[in-house]
Design a protein around this ligand. Structure first.
Ligand code: MRU
Length: 356
């Protein structure tokens, strides 16, 4: 394997600490200027890290929550099953309240709670052992899923293609290769010529700070553009496909992803460019019939006004609307790529088939 690429893909963005009692993450808010690690030991540490986007990206949030609830379970001081379950549930609900849109958060927490519920007859000590196995399994499965998604993604690209991507769905947001951007690392490994155009992704610049950083460190040909430049690069004929990750996909294929994604999909439709959404089946929420059922996180206006330049870019009193995600209508999506295969329209049928 190419060592340059491995240094980017095989990182410990989320892991258990050496003593197995805390979660260690790379603080993504410090990148690309500093690689700093944070040790999260309390419920508040974990909640804050997710809320503040120190750990972010749907799969990475799920993995962090899995490890996190396990570490919090270790701190519950009782041998009594009912008391243990009640305390576990309280911590789970607390972590689940940190961000609403990425379903991987509740998915991982529910999976951990199911372990507790399915083992009511066992001593608490044994349940803790099973929880440790489960959070490690969530992580290991994600590594496997990302690899498969990236391979399916690569099968949709051709030598010399230009691909536009939005936000960050690479190694930092997932495990190893990533989802929406995994095909770019694989292409590089295989010596294929793919030119990536990365939207900077306002307001918090995940595309500039994280995507262009990861791809350029791995030696992928990446060009950073401002979000409002997507149309011109498409019109110039430089883009043959769009690839993005996702935070929650409804049963009909409507897909929530970072704010601005739906605009890219509308442009792609205009220019006749295929638009691909890539993510694990854990990001599909069959309880959401359509995108209207997906809760969109609203974030602090200060992210728009204060965090961009060294100085504020707007007056303090200016009103802001700061949704973190938008939903791309399924009619704009060419295919949804999962670890189980590629779903094409009609999505209601192809997505349902994944779960049969
Ligand atoms: O607010 P963020 O940075 O967590 O938003 C992340 C995204 O929208 C990603 O594209 C998505 O989570 C997929 S990550 C594989």
């Amino acid at each position: 394997m190419n060592e340059e690429i491995k240094k980017v893909t095989h990182i410990d963005n989320v892991r258990l600490s050496d003593d197995g009692k805390s979660v260690v993450i790379i603080d993504q808010t410090q990148l690309p200027n500093r690689t700093e690690y944070l040790t999260l030991s309390t419920g508040k540490d974990i909640w804050d890290a997710i809320y503040k986007l120190q750990v972010r990206g749907a799969p990475a949030i799920g993995i962090c929550a899995g490890y996190g609830i396990y570490c919090l379970a270790l701190q519950i001081e009782t041998e009594d099953y009912d008391q243990f379950l009640a305390a576990f549930h309280e911590q789970k609900e607390y972590l689940n309240s940190s961000r609403p849109t990425a379903v991987n958060l509740s998915w991982a927490l529910n999976r951990m709670e199911d372990v507790v519920k399915a083992n009511a007859d066992k001593p608490v000590k044994e349940i803790l052992g099973l929880l440790e196995k489960e959070c490690k399994a969530i992580h290991a499965e994600d590594i496997e899923m990302c690899r498969k998604i990236s391979e399916y993604g690569l099968s949709l690209l051709h030598e010399g293609d230009g691909v536009l991507t939005h936000c960050n769905a690479g190694p930092l947001a997932t495990s190893r290769y990533g989802t929406g951007q995994g095909a770019f690392f694989l292409a590089k490994e295989k010596g294929m010529d793919i030119k990536v155009f990365a939207d900077e992704t306002r307001p918090l610049l995940q595309g500039a700070r994280l995507t262009s950083y990861e791809l350029s460190k791995a030696g992928v040909d990446v060009t950073l553009i401002c979000d409002n430049m997507a149309s011109i690069v498409m019109k110039n004929g430089w883009i043959q496909a769009c690839m993005v990750g996702c935070d929650r996909v409804a049963a009909n294929g409507d897909a929530a992803n970072k704010i601005g994604t739906s605009g890219v999909a509308i442009l792609a439709k205009h220019y006749g460019i295929p638009f691909y959404v890539l993510g694990p089946t854990s990001t599909i929420d069959m309880n959401c019939k359509t995108g209207d059922d997906i809760k969109i996180e609203l974030r602090d206006p200060e992210e728009i006004k204060e965090k961009f330049y060294a100085e504020p870019v707007a007056l303090k009193e200016v009103k802001c609307y700061n949704p973190a995600f938008d939903v791309t209508d399924h009619e704009l999506i060419t295919a949804i790529v999962t670890e189980k295969g590629i779903c094409y329209p009609p999505f209601t049928e192809s997505i349902a088939a994944l779960f049969r």
